[in-house]
Design a protein around this ligand. Structure first.
Ligand code: ADP
Length: 454
């Protein structure tokens, strides 16, 4: 059995992993940057090693230092969390070759699904619908325009190595295409060191609905239902919920089966997510697979009662999943709000600094996953998420009312946060009626006076 785990991450997810390990009786080693000395995960882990300077490139992205720390502290496994090295196939391979378990899929699956063009091709062969688009990356502008015309405008230009909503551009005609094609290539080159792009039909006002997969190393692949992540700003998720207010039980069954086929095609092990776009008519299209635990995993945990981080560790330990598809019960409705240190009234400007007073809500059906506390200084070097509020109940109505109530209790002084924005969304009829698509946020912001969420 795994005895000790190195957590190659920071913030709330590092803390989440410490908590799961503690319950399993597994020791933890935190690695941290000089900017994270005060972080709660460093204080709560059994051991901690500083691995470098504040910049991610000097610490959380330094595979060599992380593996050295693992060897010094004699750990059996590394949990990568999300972001940083979590989807880096080379890092997973290095762990394996050093005889350290990587808590995630085999590096071959990461590699396959990390290249979005290969991923689409793989799932297509398994009979999973994909968004019509180019066969792999487009070589040059002339070819790209031809492909765009063939698909039919509007199209979306996406980075092969993309992630985090970056490197995507929309074009409505030949003229805007020529411009956006170059912008997308440059952005992709800068952000991912790989300028290759591919083209897809731009689905107008879709929903983003993803399925949680759990697979063991003995060939069992299950899905744990969906999460509707349509509330996004600049392709980045803000609110996630399960079940989706849009899915019928028929469509849920169809999509769940397709998600399992996609994971099987990648010979997948451990926790992963199959993302789909769903149009107004209920047609669904695979867009990508995330080969790691996701920010929004608590939504699924609260709906099903299954601890995904513990399952990840058990699967990495070679154990069989102890339940079958039919055993998974979806008994709750859960909603997650991402609490970011940003000012929604000022175009979401980052708001790092010192948290004066911090008071998290509680009570029936409320979960807060956060590394913040009174006096915590938010470093400016990392992403702005400082916590997640997850509220759940027997119906969507209860979950909505509970979310509003919990947001009203949440106190974070000294910095600006997205709490007031979430309160405004929870009282917005379009969201309440379950009608939000990925176009929702733009529309909401344009019709809502900023003083409502400042
Ligand atoms: P990333 O890996 O950067 O997160 P994704 O491929 O997962 O990129 O897409 C993120 C979001 O971008 C989707 O949830 C959706 O809102 C939007 N998007 C991506 N592809 C399309 C498309 N073909 N049509 C419309 N919207 C899209």
């Amino acid at each position: 059995m795994i005895q000790k785990i190195l957590i190659a991450n920071r913030g709330e997810i590092a803390l989440r992993i410490v908590r799961a390990c503690r319950e399993l009786g597994i020791k933890t080693l935190a690695v941290y940057s000089e900017a994270d000395v005060q972080s709660l995960h460093v204080q709560l882990a059994d051991e901690a090693i500083c691995i470098g300077g504040p910049k991610s490139a000097d610490s959380y992205l330094r595979a060599d230092r992380i593996i050295s720390a693992a060897e010094i502290a004699d750990v059996d496994a590394i949990h990568p969390g999300y972001g940083f090295l979590s989807e880096n196939a080379k890092f997973a391979e290095q762990c394996e070759s050093c005889n350290i378990k990587f808590i995630g899929p085999k590096y071959k699956s990461i590699k396959m699904m990390g290249d979005k063009a290969v991923a689409k091709d793989t799932v297509k062969k398994a009979g999973v619908p994909i968004v019509p688009g180019s066969d792999g990356p487009v070589e040059n502008e002339t070819e790209a325009v031809k492909v765009a015309r063939k698909i039919g405008y509007p199209v979306i230009i996406k980075a092969v190595a993309g992630g985090g909503g970056r490197g995507m551009r929309i074009a409505h005609n030949d003229i805007s295409f020529a411009k956006e094609y170059h912008v997308a290539r440059n952005e992709a080159e800068k952000a991912f060191g790989n300028g290759a792009v591919y083209i897809e039909r731009y689905i107008e006002k879709p929903r983003h609905i993803e399925f949680q997969i759990l697979a063991d190393s003995h060939g069992k692949v299950l899905h744990l239902g969906e999460r509707d992540c349509s509330v996004q700003r600049r392709h980045q998720k803000l609110i996630e919920e399960s079940p989706s207010p849009f899915l019928t039980s028929d469509l849920r069954k169809k999509m769940g089966k397709a998600a399992i086929r996609a994971a099987e095609a990648a010979a997948y092990e451990n926790a992963g997510t199959i993302e789909f776009l769903v149009d107004a008519k209920g047609n669904f299209y695979f867009i990508e697979m995330n080969t790691r635990i996701q920010v929004e995993h608590p939504v699924t945990e609260e709906c099903t009662g299954i601890d995904l981080i513990k399952q990840q560790i058990l699967v990495a330990n070679g154990e069989k999943l102890s339940f079958d598809q039919g055993d998974i019960k979806f008994e709750k409705h859960a909603i997650e709000c991402r609490i970011n240190a940003e000012d929604p009234a000022r175009n979401f400007a980052p708001s790092p600094g010192t948290i004066g007073l911090y008071y998290a809500p509680g009570g029936h059906g409320v979960r807060v996953d956060s590394h913040a506390y009174s006096g915590y200084v938010i470093p400016s070097h990392y992403d702005s998420m400082i916590g997640k509020l997850i509220c759940f109940g027997t119906t969507r109505k209860v979950a909505l009312e509970r979310t509003y109530r919990a947001l009203s209790e949440y106190i974070i002084r000294g910095i600006k946060t997205t709490i007031p924005l979430h309160k405004a969304i929870m009282s917005d009829p379009v969201f309440i009626e379950g009608k939000a698509t990925t176009a929702y946020m733009e529309d909401f912001m344009s019709r809502t006076p900023p003083d409502l969420f400042s």
